[in-house]
Each structure stands twice: as C-alpha cells, then as structure tokens.
Design a protein around this ligand. Sequence first.
Ligand code: 5AD
Ligand code: SF4
Length: 458
Amino acid sequence: MKKAFIKSYGCQMNVYDSGRMADVVAQHGYAETGTAEDADLVILNTCHIREKAAEKVYSELGRLRALKRERAEAGQDTTIVVAGCVAQAEGREIIRRAPVVDAVVGPGSYHRLPDLIRNAQARQKGVDAEFDQVEKFALLPKPDAARIRGRGISAFVTVQEGCDKFCSFCVVPYTRGAELSRPVAAILDETRALIEGGIREITLIGQNVNAYHGEGPDGAAWSLARLIRAVAEMPGIRRIRYTTSHPRDMAEDLLAAHAEVPALMPYLHLPVQAGSDRILKAMNRRHGADEYRRLVDRIRAARPDIALSSDFIVGFPGETEAEFEETVRLAAEIGFASSFSFKYSPRPGTPAAEIAAQLPDEVKDARLVRLQAQLEADRQAFNRATIGRVLDVLIEKAGRHPGQMTGKTPYLQQVQVNGCEAAPGDMVAVRITGTATNSLFAEPVDPGRTGAPLVAAA
Ligand code: 5AD
Ligand code: SF4
C-alpha cells in the first residue's frame, strides 16, 4: 500500500483540514505514516500568519528535496504537495522557488486533491487556489471517526471558515477567504458520528467561530449558541468548547449558553491583541480597551468561574512605549489563564505592512519579553489558585508514571492524576494537589468513582 505523510503547521483549522486530507487520500489508496522517509506522498499543510511560520515551509522543502532524490535513486517516486495558507497566498511562486513541489493546493480546494495528485504524477504540476468552501465540505469524504478516535478522545469540527473582519495585520481574510458557515445538519451529522465513535469532547472551530450563522434544518440561520445547545443534547458528549472568538461577536445568547449549558466548558479564548485604543483602532479591531473590559465583566457575570485566554501582538507599527504598557496593564487587570503573544510580523498585502513606522526587532523583542513575564505570572497564579479545588478531569491517556493518568480540567489545564484507574474518555473528580510549569497534579476524590461528571466544579 502507498503511504502519505501529512504535516500540519499553524492553527487548529489546519489540524482539522489535515485530517480531512488524510481521509481523501486514504480513499485513493494511501495509508497514513508518521515520517516523510517512507512516504510516497508528502503534504505540507502550511501557515502564513507570521513570516517565521511561512518560511518554515521552505526549510522543510529543502530537506524534502534531498529525500526525494534519495528515494528516486532507490527507484521510488515521491509526490510533494504544499497545502494550506502559504499555498493560497503564494500559489505558483512556491513551485518557482522550490521546484521539488509537484502541486499547490489552497484551503478551499482540498476536495480536488486526488486530481492534483494524479496530474502531478503524470508530471503536470498544478496549482489550485480557488475558494470553493461550499463544495469542499460537500465533496470531501466524511471524517473517519475511527481514525480520529485513534488520536484521542477529543476532536475538532470546523463549523465556520474564513473571515470578513480584516484586522489590518492579518492574512486570514486573504488566505481563507470570506466568512462561510457550514450548514447545521452537516455539522451535527459529523459530530454525532464522532461521538458514536467514542469521542467525548468536541471543539467547534472557526477563524471567527462566534460569528457562526449556518443554515438550520428549519431554514433559519442558527447562532453558535444554538448549535452548542444542539450538540449538548447528543448522548455521550461530555464537553464542548469553541475557538477562536472575536470580541465583537460575543452575542447575548452565547453568554446565556455559558450560564446554562453544563457541557459547555468555562473557558474562552477571546483575543484582545492590544490594550491601547489608538493601536486597537489602527488594527481595525472595532472595539476599544474598555469595551473589552466591560465584555469580560459580562462574561464573568454569566459564568463566574470562566477562564479566559487571549492572543497579543507587540510592536504593531507606531506602537509607543506608553501604548505597549497599556497592553501589559490590560493583561494584568484581566488575569488570563493562558495566552499566546507574538511580535508583529508585517505580512504582504495587509494594510499594516504598509505603515511607515515599522518598529525595530530589538524593540519588539524587549516588549515581548516584558509582556510574556506578565502573562506567565498570571497563568501560574491561575493554576495555583486551583490547588485544593475539586475539579472534573476528562481522562485522555496514561501518564508518565505507573498508576498515573493524564487529562484536562474544564479550564484546559493538563493534569497528572495519581492513583487513577480510569480509562480514556472517563470523567474523574479530582482534588488538585500541586502545580508544575506545564501541568497540575491531582488525586481522585473517590478512586472508585468514574463516569458521572460533577454538575458544578466546586
Ligand atoms: N503578526 C503577528 N501576529 C499575528 N497574528 C495574526 N497576524 C499576525 C501578524 N501579522 C496573531 C494574532 C492572532 C493569532 C492567531 O496570531 O494574535 O490572534
Ligand atoms: Fe495560519 Fe491563519 Fe492559515 Fe491557520 S488560518 S494556518 S493561523 S494563516
């Protein structure tokens, strides 16, 4: 049997798409392999969000060139495909720069992957960067629940793709196209199959997931909240999450879902990017710092124990020291449980890349160090605050030590549970006993009790 190696860079949308691509090529006779060395087909599912991410693909292609040559000498053919957001943004340029590449396919065209591969193998290099999301989801084979369950008890389901917000720093509207919501029925069918296959946690994903407005079976546009409530009804589901959200789209019914739907986890990734009103305006975020603060107050009023996480960009063009300090202040005030922070990276074709006042790298470096110190302190404080609490842990797999199982709290913290006999997919009530840099330690409250989740984490 032929083998395919698919490597995913960037966000969860790509992780999901890589899975869908694995299913397409499986239908055409390729079994998945974990290494490029024995692969007849290599697909790099790339990310264009920052320059560093985009450049990674070219260094990987350098390695693959040597590999392809070695395999050719041994009489084996290797087909190399670049997929994802670099494929969308750079198209044919990729083949010019890296002739080792046989085909380039953007995120809207994965249903046409088999044709591209066939053509490539007939020595016809192809580039497909059309936006055909509707067809893509309709024509791709249904996700293989057994393959997904083989990777764990948690799965992503893409509900929405693309973005119409046009933040001035961001390539996503160009690489993923306009906002498109999948129909409710398709999402629920996929989710049901995953749960029947043993998946216990579903994360609904989209570049702008809370802007979801897919067509429901009743013909009406459903909100994300309504979709969440429908998923929560499915027997066997234990946890629901969603990501990534835009502050402008935190609708009232979504806050109500956080208050009322027990399976919806008290965790929200709500990127703020910056704490200065002037910078937020220049970023075209369409909200100010105080609006974000008030929104957080409302979210916390709806679900008092909710954990928040965020993305930050430091060194946006023209950002002054004082403006940067406002970002640190906002972060400290909110107290994020977890965060991702980045140096601003100018991206071709985005408005912010055209601003004259680009900042030197040293300034961005220094600001990133300073912000990350704050964010890390807040994360550790959040983790320490859970010591002594009783929390539900959804068990994922065996831990590093005998008798230990590992899983996650509702707040997405990784926990090592000692003396635990539960199996993957079980929910265990534990008492948090300590913290390390990247995980918590815990003991089962009642070693015999698994399965039934606590109604509320005390
Ligand atoms: N430079 C740096 N970070 C960026 N992000 C998006 N575009 C850029 C850029 N040009 C960050 C944002 C976003 C996350 C996915 O990546 O913080 O929320
Ligand atoms: Fe990277 Fe954005 Fe594309 Fe995800 S959608 S792979 S983060 S550029």
